[in-house]
Design a protein around this ligand. Structure first.
Ligand code: NAD
Length: 424
């Protein structure tokens, strides 16, 4: 059991500690006993593998691959694979745990997992990335499986990597196994609506929160940090809901227009500009840091971890923060935002649209029957709304933030399942 006298969240740059401090707070409110606390906090499996790959210059380079299964009480582990130089075990452990809580909070029968390879995908050729992906599947073939652990894309990976993954796994088992991985291209058994699913869930949870707060979307402004899959689609769908998007950003910086940015134009510009917003016209340049403290109603951090911290939380002016990214708010900023009355729809709820449609993809692969986009969206929207209501009611009941309420819902569910399954 966490220290009962310690109600203060400790500041931390370590994503696993950041996850654990929220976990501890929810565990205290649930009176979780010591033994279950230890079971739930400890990842079930942590694997690090060496991945020797022949590079285009003929040299063999050894990469490090990770896969962590945090928990598999609710079902097979589910979680993306990240290709980045920043990948390290604590990050993968935190992301795996967030997947456990995300699936539990959204009522998806999956546990939590995450993987990654320490590499710089932008500096590698397509052939090198294919060989690296196939090595990763071979090295971890015992871990993966449609009933065991089902990866998906994350930062630095996309449908092409998932296609190689599916093909390599199928070759190893001797038959076509689309359900081993989600986020595949449509022709290989991907689901309609998957590409937009996370951004769509961000929009649906933003709308649900705005309804509770009495905010009229047609009178609201918004800023979105990150303009990749999650950020650009969230921005587009929020704009369609009537919000004026005053600022967007990516790794090249922030772009501001007080009259609003046309998001379709921004997406078209990015796609014709090597994937970044660099030089986006009719906007003023701002920094990513400045974007976070703009005078807007709704803020969507959709880039990376630890963007809102104790050092800038007090300057945030938005009334509502909807976390598209995983872990964009560090634990030491939670109280500052809560005390300012800022409503935060936490990552494990707000960005669960992606894993929801990943689950639908797995269901369709196993059925061998494919749904229309309209059916996928309708079911995903319903799931997001129900999850939001459940978390909102829990927050009212315990008088806590939506974040702690989401952890309470998730931990309670996994703890109850673990008690019922027993077997210790
Ligand atoms: P992406 O690679 O498509 O886009 C990332 C965006 O962030 C890009 O615009 C990039 O330029 C920008 N960025 C990178 N580093 C930055 C920095 N230092 N400052 C500002 N911007 C920076 O990734 P994505 O899939 O959109 O994922 C974004 C976040 O959402 C991640 O935290 C990811 O784990 C999370 N997430 C993604 C999904 C999904 O379905 N893609 C689902 C749930 C959560």
């Amino acid at each position: 059991m966490p220290d009962q006298n310690n109600s203060v969240i400790k500041p931390s740059g370590n994503p696993f500690d950041s996850m654990m401090s929220r976990f501890d707070m929810a565990a205290r409110l649930l009176n979780l006993d010591d033994q279950l606390y230890n079971v739930l906090k400890t990842p079930v499996k942590q694997v690090i593998v060496a991945l020797p790959v022949t590079m285009d210059n003929g040299q063999i380079q050894v990469f490090e691959g990770y896969r962590v299964i945090h928990n598999n009480q609710l079902g097979p582990a589910k979680g993306g694979i990240r290709y980045s130089m920043d990948v390290h075990l604590d990050e993968v452990k935190a992301l795996a745990a967030w997947m456990t809580w995300k699936c539990a909070v959204s009522n998806i029968p999956f546990g939590g997992g995450k993987g990654g390879i320490k590499c710089d995908p932008r500096s590698m050729s397509k052939g090198e990335l294919e060989r690296l992906t196939r090595q990763y599947v071979r090295a971890l073939s015992e871990v993966f499986g449609p009933e065991k652990d089902i990866p998906a894309p994350d930062m630095g990976t996309g449908p092409q990597e998932m296609a190689w993954f599916m093909d390599q796994y199928s070759k190893l088992v001797g038959y076509s196994s689309p359900a081993v991985v989600t986020g595949k291209p449509l022709v290989l058994g991907g689901s309609k609506g998957r590409v937009e699913a996370t951004g769509r869930g961000v929009m649906v949870s933003a709308r649900s929160a705005m309804l509770k707060m009495g905010l009229n979307p047609f009178k609201c402004t918004c800023a979105v940090q990150g303009f990749g899959n999650v950020g650009s689609i969230s921005a587009k769908l929020l704009e369609q809901q009537g919000l004026k998007v005053l600022a967007i950003s990516d790794v090249t910086g922030g772009y501001y227009n007080e009259n609003g940015i046309n998001i379709s134009e921004a997406i078209a510009y990015r796609d014709s500009n090597g994937g970044t917003l660099a030089g986006f016209p009719n906007t003023t340049s701002i920094t990513n840091e400045e974007l976070l403290t703009l005078d807007v109603d709704v803020l969507v951090p959709a880039a990376m971890e630890d963007q809102i911290t104790a050092s800038n939380a007090a300057q945030i002016k938005a009334k509502l923060i909807v976390e598209g990214a995983n872990g964009p708010t560090s634990a030491d900023a939670d109280d500052i935002l809560h005390n300012k009355g800022i409503v935060v729809v936490p990552d494990i709820l707000a960005n669960a649209g992606g894993v929801t449609v990943s689950y639908f993809e797995w269901v369709q692969n196993r059925l061998g029957y494919y749904w229309t986009e309209e059916r996928v969206n309708r079911r995903a929207d319903r799931n997001m709304k129900e999850a939001f209501e459940n978390v909102y009611n829990t927050a009212q009941q315990h008088n806590v933030s939506l974040r702690i309420a989401a952890y309470i819902v998730a931990i309670d569910k996994v703890a109850n399942t673990t008690r019922l399954r027993g077997g210790f």
